[in-house]
Design a protein around this ligand. Structure first.
Ligand code: NAD
Ligand code: TYD
Length: 353
């Protein structure tokens, strides 16, 4: 058996594939368009591994996806492919509509055609697992209960609006065409291999480079943080035991203000790699102009996935954040390749683009 993973050269997708192949021999077809966020360094340890079949292509390419589905006959599609950074969506929303809305639509169309022709056997196993975000629910007041699966969708950024649109399409393909879909809405991930444009890897990188640690607005916005491997274990759980047509919220019960997160990073770095001048990395914190439309608080109620599927996270914020800092310290070559742009050379060498 085989699964098709999209966006598998990105942060969460690559961690998912590495864990998948560490615990199973089921092959993975990895379809990734290799945008700036796609990085083959993430999958270096799989070089020469016949269980990982990499395809450089777009989820919006119906013919390519249809061909992959008919040749490999996967039992599932796990759709990570997306433009994922809120600040980029504010500067240029178009790419988000193309990748997240049009791309997901075309992927669903290819899945629908595949399912319709799947040996004409309705019992043949198939799931379309769509990876989404808590940001579709909008923002919470300080004392409001955490998001459950029945919260209204109130996306506030072009990113979250494009993810919300894709979630609605996934829902509609189940309701209208009977496509066996599953949707997960997860909170903020952190961990190894995250592109250093997101808060945690950006601050680790800037701290070590002696650069400012930019905190938006007053830094009191709250996010609910989940270690990436815990997100991956939840996805495996939903894939194996989830009920088609259902939504599962995934989170770590780890609400932190951005300032708490940045101070924690500084404290760990002060211990593991003290500044040469003996001062704290905390001295590098600067408050900068706020993000337009910045959501104040996200929080996930993960009761459903815990109760119905028996999933729970293995890491606390304290254990996960320490592992993350250690990974970045141990993998400075990865960081240098990303920040210098050298990681793109694989795509250029391989594809001339
Ligand atoms: P990422 O930006 O690190 O990786 C995205 C990957 O998708 C990249 O490898 C990119 O090349 C690829 N891609 C983009 N457009 C594509 C297209 N049209 N066709 C094929 N490949 C394409 O993102 P991530 O942080 O790994 O997020 C993965 C998924 O999880 C996204 O759908 C995101 O919305 C969702 N999510 C992320 C978080 C988080 O905190 N990072 C939290 C919840 C949900
Ligand atoms: P980010 O990692 O971009 O994730 P998201 O916007 O999807 O939650 O940002 C996490 C939080 O950190 C968010 O409230 C914005 C804030 N932030 C900063 O304060 N400074 C930064 O440089 C970045 C990138 C984010």
């Amino acid at each position: 058996m085989t699964i098709l993973v999209t966006g598998g050269a990105g942060f969460i997708g690559s961690n998912f594939i590495l864990e998948w192949l560490a615990s199973s021999n089921e092959a993975v077809i990895n379809l990734d368009a290799m945008t700036y966020a796609g990085n083959m360094d993430n999958l270096q340890s799989l070089a020469g591994d016949f269980r990982h079949i990499f395809v450089n292509g777009n989820i919006g390419d119906f013919d390519l996806v249809a061909d992959l589905l008919s040749r490999h006959k996967p039992r599932a599609i796990v759709n990570f492919a997306a433009e994922s950074h809120v600040d980029r969506s504010i500067r240029g929303p178009e790419d988000f509509i193309q990748a997240n809305v049009v791309g997901t639509f075309r992927l669903l169309e290819a899945a629908r055609a595949y399912r319709a022709g799947q040996d004409r056997d309705a019992a043949a196993p198939f799931s379309f697992l769509h990876i989404s975000t808590d940001e579709v629910y909008g923002t919470l007041a300080a004392d409001a209960p955490a998001f459950t699966e029945s919260n209204r969708y109130e996306p506030n950024s072009p990113y979250s609006a494009s993810k919300a649109a894709s979630d609605h399409l996934v829902r509609a393909y189940h309701h209208t065409y009977g496509l066996p879909v599953l949707t997960t809405n997860c909170s903020n991930n952190y961990g190894p291999r995250q592109f250093p444009e997101k808060l945690i890897p950006l601050c680790i990188h800037n701290a070590l480079a002696g650069k400012p640690l930019p905190v938006y607005g007053d830094g009191r916005q709250v996010r609910d943080w989940l270690y990436v491997n815990d997100h991956c274990s939840a996805i495996r759980c939903v894939l194996e035991r989830g009920r088609h047509g259902e939504i599962y919220n995934i989170g770590g019960w780890n609400e932190k203000t951005n300032l708490e997160v940045v101070h924690t990073l500084c404290r760990i770095l002060d211990q593991l790699q003290p500044r040469p001048d003996g001062r704290s990395y905390g001295d590098q914190i600067v408050f900068v102009r706020d993000r337009p439309g910045h959501d104040r608080r996200y929080a996930i109620d993960a009761t459903k996935v815990q109760r119905e599927l028996g999933w729970s996270p293995a890491e606390t914020f304290e254990t996960g954040i320490r592992k993350t800092v250690e990974w970045y310290l141990d993998n400075q070559a990865w960081v240098v390749n990303v920040t210098s742009g050298a990681y793109r050379s694989w795509v250029e060498r391989q594809y001339g683009i």
